[in-house]
Design a protein around this ligand. Sequence first.
Ligand code: SDX
Length: 430
Amino acid sequence: MDEHGATLQIGDRSLELPAVPAHQGNSGVDISKLRAAEGIVTFDPGFANTASAQSTITYIDGTAGKLTHRGYAIEELANSCSFLEVAYLLLFGHLPNKNQLEQWQDSMKRHSLLNEELKRFFNAFPKRAHPMAILSSATNAISTFYEEYHDPQDEEAIVQSAQRLLAKMPTVAAWSYKKSTGFPYIYPRNDLSYVENFLHMMFALPTEPYHVDPVITKALNVLLILHADHGQNCSTATVRFVGSSQANLFASVAAGMNALWGPLHGGANQKVVEMLSDIANDPDATTESYIARAKDKNDPFRLMGFGHRVYKNYDPRARILKKFADDVLDRVKGDDPLLEVAQQLEETALNDEYFASRNLYPNVDFYSGIIFRALGFPLRMFTVLFAIGRLPGWIANWKEMNEDPTTRIARPRQIYIGEESRKFVPLHQR
Ligand code: SDX
């Protein structure tokens, strides 16, 4: 491979594969002529070696364990920005100035209410409904009120849909939680910031004033920023896949939410806390016994929150969260035995050849659930919090895809290994 590309030798024929150069990280080769020229396709389960897009939004250096959004290091954004600032950066490509940020914050306030007809929608769910099921369903339901903004080729419509999704998601999330408690829905308030409003709708009751703790507000801003975008992960790739058929933004994001819910992806933060609780409550548990289970191919147990397709080093988000967990617990909740279990598991795993040889490190989900728990969120809301954080990343990728003139509908090929032609047998003879 050189700056021009690569040459594929097939028998006595050779095919030039033009280079697709990267500004950072892996460059690629264009194989779009391969099937027409040679009648073969590439095979890459899970797309571990296949780029599905050219993007300017996020760069992940998996070897060094570094993450940047539009060129800014995640550590700087987490320390210095609000979540809405980072959402603006992801969507529009630059950090907002004071005036732009004020207008952006104001637009979030003005669109945070849900249409009153949606209340019946929430009441249709059973009390025990998982809030991720409500979130993805509500995202499609909200779209029915904004059909005038569905056109993926209309720039203004894209901004209008993006604002409504970002503004209403905290309200949907909080109401899905209230639904499970039987307590009244709390309406958004325009005197509160985006994160303060979400906390207020989540935890306030109409019977008494609710004080939004600034420590929790700051912590949740950081947590949402750390989840804001992450390249072509499973849920973002799903949003692009669905959007490539020119489905509207709401439908594409709803699909991404369902992908995120999986325990190998965003559902892992809930699974990590369940795993830590099981270990903490198991009188016979030792860190070593659970690490041995994680290594045992005959045991379905995996060390949830560990490993990553791209990071072969410590996930920089996990590094920030590990430090953050101590601060938040000290300030908000006091000790949590699950943090000690997590730290022991991490220390044992990082010194174990099985994990070291496979470059398995803690990922963003390993510590996030402990912090969500310390902030007072119930377990089944953890992936919803991940979804609120990831929403601007999904929207930015969907927008970038729709603005890319080379975008085509996603339609992968397959390697068929099924039956060849068989003689049909009528029912009465079977
Ligand atoms: C997220 O892609 C993203 O960017 C995702 C994300 C984002 O911000 O969008 O970062 C968010 O989804 C983080 C990941 C959350 N999931 C988990 O924590 C679940 C536990 N982790 C794994 O299931 C796994 O590590 C994945 C799903 C994260 C990655 O899977 P890969 O890349 O397909 O890796 P693999 O399953 O092929 O594992 C390689 C080897 C295997 O062993 P061998 O076949 O080589 O013997 O490592 C082993 C695996 O068995 N392995 C683990 C392990 N993770 C991988 N063994 C024990 N415990 C684990 N957690």
